[in-house]
Design a protein around this ligand. Structure first.
Ligand code: NI
Length: 404
């Protein structure tokens, strides 16, 4: 039994009414993608979309992100809704009418739709603010694609007070159109960058005994890291280490002085992350030492694990099914090993992220082009559901529908 106090029809209608503006905004942002923390054109489009609404705007200084605050008629809880804004550095090849006009940048992760849905929700909630038993923070956030935009906005003091509940949507072409999906606990992985340099001694390829060849050492480190993952980490708290790039040498008859590896570490708990980081250093340094070489290991800490609070995930499930029926929610059996900087918000406040399926018209969600593909396309109509979901989540999180 799904007892929710909000009126589903109100928010379904608001989502549908907001769809044309959301499509227009999404296409405008899609055509002018921007990268990183500084997105002046995207922010200007958000400001224009919010113009005239009864919102208090907070900004700066580290990013062009903004937080728009809507106060309901009553004092109560605060709920944060978040949309990320940045694009990816790749060349678009979708053939869409509103294809990227910036060579080398593309909204391939759907953040253009996240902005459009959040702006649509801001307008719909402003028009019905009497329904809100508290405050809504709309967080428009740049720099999700590895730039730590959410952490910068937290450090800039824009998210104050910390919300009682936080919610974000991420669109996905690889889920049935219009369905929401999520899970309690880890949803996405931590992500750290690895760089390993092995220093040997160059020489003639015919006389390796007079040189110190770094290449066998690099190869041994790659395989030893995979053994370390299976022997030192619990199978119930997994990690992925992928060495994705290897570089050494210039020709067939020269032993190079040094070589390099680049890779990624993904984990689903901070404990395994720390154990794996320490293991990578130990294995690389000592494999090198075993051969008389030297390894230098650098680990750039990326996003933390994205951990969804059970109460907010449950609220998202009840909200989605109250709006759109039982088929509208999918509980994900497993996390995904991608990463997401909404994790920084979820470290500070109870919250959840959900995916919104947007498999394109005529496409099969199992096989169509994934997020980050140069040919990724989405079904824009699902944004009506996204707007409704944001609005209903805000109303529900501020009401007795959410027990904290
Ligand atoms: Ni994304």
């Amino acid at each position: 039994m799904n007892a929710m106090t909000f009126d589903a029809e109100t928010w379904i209608a608001a989502g549908e009414a907001g769809l044309p503006a959301a499509i227009a905004l999404r296409r405008a942002i899609h055509a002018e993608p921007e990268l990183g923390l500084d997105l002046p054109k995207t922010t200007a489009k958000v400001r224009a979309a919010l113009a005239g609404l009864p919102l208090e705007i907070r900004e700066g200084p580290s990013t062009t992100g903004l937080v728009a605050i809507l106060r309901g008629p009553a004092n109560g809880r605060t709920v944060l809704l978040r949309g990320d804004m940045d694009a990816l550095p790749l060349i678009e090849d979708t053939g869409l009418d509103f294809t990227s006009q910036s060579h080398g940048a593309m909204h391939a992760c759907g953040h253009d739709t996240h902005v459009a849905m959040l702006a649509g929700a801001a307008r719909a909630l402003c028009e019905r603010r009497e329904k809100l038993a508290g405050t809504v923070m709309f967080m428009f956030q740049p720099g999700e694609e590895g730039w730590h935009g959410a952490r910068h906005m937290l450090e800039d003091g824009l998210i104050d007070p910390l919300p009682d509940a936080a919610f974000a949507l991420h669109i996905s072409p690889n889920m049935p159109a219009g369905a929401f999906a999520g899970r309690t606990g880890p949803l996405l992985a931590s992500s750290d960058k690895l760089r390993i340099k092995v220093i040997g001694r160059g020489g003639h390829a015919s006389m390796p005994q007079d040189a110190l060849d770094p290449i066998p050492v690099l190869c041994e480190i790659v395989t030893a890291l995979q053994a370390m993952v299976t022997r030192r980490l619990s199978v119930f708290d997994p990690a992925v280490i992928t060495i994705a790039r290897m570089e050494a040498g210039t020709t067939d008859n020269v032993i190079p002085e040094e070589g390099r590896l680049w890779g990624t570490l993904r984990t689903l708990s901070e404990q395994t992350r720390a154990t794996a980081q320490e293991g990578i250093r130990r294995v690389a340094e000592h494999v090198a030492l075993a051969h008389g070489a030297k390894a230098e290991v650098e680990i750039d800490a990326g996003f933390p694990v994205t951990v969804c609070d059970g109460r907010i995930t449950d609220l998202a499930q009840r909200t989605a099914t109250h709006l759109f029926g039982e088929d509208a929610w999918i509980t994900m059996p497993n996390p995904m090993m991608g990463a997401e900087d909404f994790a920084y918000i979820l470290q500070k406040a109870p919250g959840a992220m959900a995916f919104l399926g947007a498999a394109p018209e005529g496409g099969d969600y199992r096989t169509c082009c994934a997020l980050h593909s140069n040919r990724m396309v989405l079904r824009e109509e699902v944004m009506a559901r996204g707007i409704a979901m944001h609005c209903a989540m805000a109303e529900a999180a501020l009401s007795g529908d959410l027990e904290l």
